[in-house]
Design a protein around this ligand. Structure first.
Ligand code: ZN
Ligand code: ZN
Length: 825
């Protein structure tokens, strides 16, 4: 290959000055290079490992790796939270493999064992390769997942000393069968939890309880493993590790790996001629813009990866670039999505490394599965949801010497729009904390059952499972799931397997199977919670870039029958939601306004759907549906303002529903900036007069039974969160509201009513009474302009008579989308 001379500044300059695009580049950030720092190998790392590392080109570890190795050798649980390509795996592998080598000298050859957990099968397969590079065959490394053949499983249980699996398999396959794993568990010295930032929300809470079950069994077998966690850079990594494992952990965060300079551009696609709902202006999509930029980068010979949020989007970006490039360059662009075989991924990796491939459009699967770094450029079509992922993706670009380019292309939504206009929210703030809530009783209950089935639960076990455990046991007893014996311990009473009662990645209820009617082929599944909105009869369902029409949703059998079709429209469910407050945990007075956090019950009924023309968003018609209401008990943050405040803010009674609804939409869009959720994890309701508060009230709730920690985070960071929300709406250049500010893609009310200007005034009056300074507990502090928010008062107008609650309170449907990556297990 000839040497490449891609100066990142020059590249960005060309992209942005060509064809009058200067206004699309909203910000350029220069991140300087960082030099490497080294430390000697710590005591206790075996010579075999040191030699193998030297053969791989590592003569000395970086200081953060050495620090982690030292802690691990001394039996301290540690979380390594450093950037991409900072050698986290060597940091934990060196002590683990050294201990396993020591263990081979035991009489049975298995004096020490270790368990490795990754969120995906692909990562576990990568781990096997890495471990094999670092130790000779004396340490037996084995994969144990859903694909492991039956005859091999017995061998793994008896002989493997480093077992690589995923939390689902630990939960379903290993813990319930612990007697067969007794010799492995007895010798368990280390548990490695890779990519631990991906254990967040309800999934993370489940994994936390699985780890407590593991720790309990280890204690019974007489082992006390040290936990080694690897994380992307996040806020409060030690606190998160502790929430996940239940054990104190030391964080290693001072990244000593070298980094080349990075030029980071923020990019906003232009407005198009098209109009969307209610005549709103529409921007070019992030994927279309990414396709154009990819084309130009490939033409310049730049090795580029585009990260796209959906598989379909990734395919569209690659197709568009191939079309625009024509032969022969088109052959050097490919799409990549999750679900590829290991050999295919390896081929793609080496093609990118060698430069045979110049452009790849990928879902975040690449981020988890394939080892590619040192690219010339990374484009991100849409904010990947967290700053942690943003840095992980951007980290794929850049080799030590030359420097590289990263560009974030905004999608047409409030969060992305906010970010490309507030670079400080990306570059001047720490990454957010990983949010999980293991004490959620809905999460905990099935794990208590599973634990009792593994070994009867005794009083001293309860502390391990947290404060929710003790009050739950009598409930499970009443339900006939557990029985208390005279010795005081609880037993599992059923014949079925307790572990089968919970799917770590599901959100409750039987998933609905999507079946192709003519062939009977299973296309995939949708969570029960999302089925009513996404696969109701008449819905257009997308699967791997193809569209299907739902012929029938049968709730009895949990099956949606679909057929291939290419209608010129998409569908959007309409629903009615009511919310009631069950209990209030905390309330803060913000002047006259109040902000609260507590438990709520949300009743939602999908009542019909709209058909919208794909090209323009024009509404072609509405159909009614007859689906039963669904009830969700969860956690919520809510705020209310008084009638006097509305008066001060010049919000007459007829503007109030639109103001509250718009504020709710935008606040849902911005919450992911403060908690590691995306807008599909949370829902909201705004009510002009709520019966429980007697006031206009806006609710934002967790879209999972029992809560997931997101709304709690919103409550704790409310000033910053709602300030950013107000700013995002006020700064949008549209006149009456658009997808970049107050319109929501998942509004159950067809984005009606929405009043952008009144929403800014409403948030202004709310924030006017907010405390100016709050303790920042990690995460973003996008703006400090909370103090400048009270200037919108105009002539007061009396807000009329008491308003009955709107017939149709404005609503966000909270539909949990299937994850992009194929799940492990
Ligand atoms: Zn707008
Ligand atoms: Zn709405």
């Amino acid at each position: 290959m000839p040497p490449r001379h891609h100066q990142p500044e020059a590249l960005l300059e060309t992209l942005s000055t060509d064809r009058g695009r200067a206004d699309r580049l909203t910000h350029t950030e220069h991140l300087p290079a960082r030099a490497a720092r080294y430390a000697p190998w710590p005591q206790g790392i075996r010579a075999e490992v040191v030699e193998a590392a030297a053969a791989l080109g590592v003569s000395q570890p970086w200081t953060h790796q050495a620090e982690a190795m030292d802690l691990a050798r001394s039996g301290r649980s540690v979380v390594i939270a450093t950037g991409t390509a900072s050698g986290k795996s060597l940091g934990y592998l060196a002590p683990v493999l050294s201990a396993l080598l020591d263990g081979t000298e035991a009489r049975n050859g298995r004096g020490a064992t270790a368990l490795y957990l990754a969120p995906t099968k692909a990562l576990a397969a990568d781990q096997r390769r890495r471990a094999a590079e670092l130790v000779p065959g004396r340490v037996r490394v084995a994969l144990y997942d859903g694909d492991t053949p039956g005859e091999e499983r017995e061998w793994v249980r008896q002989y493997a000393s480093y077992v690589l699996t995923n939390p689902d398999m630990l939960h379903r396959g290993i813990l319930p069968a612990h007697p067969r794993w007794s010799s492995f568990l007895k010798a368990l010295e280390y548990v490695v939890i890779d990519e631990c930032h991906s254990y967040r929300g309800v999934f993370g809470s489940h994994v936390a309880q699985v780890l407590r079950r593991l720790r309990r069994l280890c204690a019974r077998y007489g082992s006390n493993p040290t936990f080694l966690l690897a994380s992307a850079t996040t806020a409060e990594p030690a606190a998160t590790a502790e929430r996940l494992t239940g054990l104190p952990a030391v964080a290693v965060t001072d990244d000593a790996s070298p980094r080349g300079p990075l030029v980071f551009g923020l990019w906003e696609p232009p407005l198009t001629e098209n109009v969307g709902e209610h005549g709103a202006p529409v921007r070019r999509t992030a994927t279309a813009e990414a396709g154009h930029l990819l084309t130009e980068l490939v033409q310049a010979g730049t090795r580029t990866v585009v990260f796209v949020r959906s598989r379909r989007g990734a395919e569209l970006v690659a197709l568009q670039a191939q079309d625009q490039l024509g032969s022969p360059l088109a052959g050097r662009v490919a799409a990549y999505r999750g679900g590829y075989l290991a050999e295919e991924r390896r081929a793609l990796e080496s093609d990118l490394q060698s430069g045979r491939l110049l452009g790849v459009a990928s879902t975040s699967a690449l981020e988890l599965g394939v080892d590619v770094s040192g690219l010339d450029a990374v484009l991100m079509a849409g904010y990947p949801g967290t700053r942690a992922s943003l840095w992980q993706q951007a980290g794929r670009a850049g080799r030590e010497a030359q420097g590289a380019l990263a560009v974030l292309i905004a999608r047409d939504d409030p969060l992305d729009t906010y970010l490309v206009h507030h670079p400080e929210a990306l570059f001047a703030t720490p990454v957010e904390a990983t949010v999980l809530d293991p004490d959620n009783p809905h999460v905990l209950a099935p794990h208590l059952c599973a634990a009792a089935a593994e070994l009867p639960l005794s009083e001293p076990d309860l502390a391990l499972f947290g404060p929710s455990a003790a009050p739950l046991l009598p409930v499970l007893e009443r339900r006939g799931l557990l029985r208390r014996r005279t010795d005081g311990s609880w037993y599992w009473t059923r014949r079925e397997r307790a572990a089968d009662r919970v799917d770590l990645r599901g959100s409750g209820g039987n998933p609905v199977q999507i079946v192709e009617a003519p062939t009977g082929r299973l296309l995939g599944t949708v969570d029960a919670a999302a089925a009513h909105t996404t696969v109701h009869t008449g819905a257009v369902h997308l699967h791997q870039g193809r569209s299907y029409l739902v012929q029938d949703l049968d709730l009895e059998t949990s099956v949606a029958l679909v057929e291939r079709a290419d209608p010129p429209y998409t569908t959007a469910a309409r629903d009615i939601t009511s919310i009631s407050i069950l209990s209030t945990d905390t309330t803060e007075e913000w002047g006259e306004a109040r902000l609260s956090f507590g438990s709520v019950e949300v009743v939602n009924q999908v009542v019909g759907y709209l058909r919208k023309r794909i090209s323009t968003g024009e509404i072609l018609g509405e159909s009614k549906l007859n689906l039963p209401p669904r009830t969700l008990r969860t956690r919520a943050v809510w705020w209310s303002v008084t009638e006097d405040q509305l008066l001060d803010a010049d919000i007459p009674v007829d503007q109030l529903p639109g103001a509250a609804h718009a504020a709710e939409h935008a606040s849902i869009g911005l919450l992911p900036l403060f908690a590691t959720c995306d807008r599909w994890d949370i829902g909201g309701v705004s009510v002009p007069l709520h019966p429980d508060t007697g006031l206009p009230t806006v609710f934002v709730y967790d879209g999972h039974s029992g809560g997931a920690g997101f709304s709690e985070r919103g409550f704790r960071r409310a000033v910053e969160w709602l300030t950013a929300t107000r700013h995002a709406i006020a700064a949008c250049e549209c006149e009456r509201g658009c997808p970049s500010c107050v319109q929501s893609p998942k509004c159950g009310n067809g984005n009606d009513p929405l009043d952008k200007a009144a929403a800014v005034r409403l948030l202004g009056i709310l924030l006017a009474g907010a405390p100016n300074h709050r303790e920042a507990s990690g995460g973003a502090r996008p703006n400090d302009d909370a103090r400048a928010t009270t200037t919108d008062q105009a002539t007061a107008v009396r807000a009329g008579e008491e308003q009955p609650p709107a017939e149709r309170p404005a609503v966000e449907q909270s539909a949990a989308e299937q994850p992009v990556d194929g799940s492990a297990g």
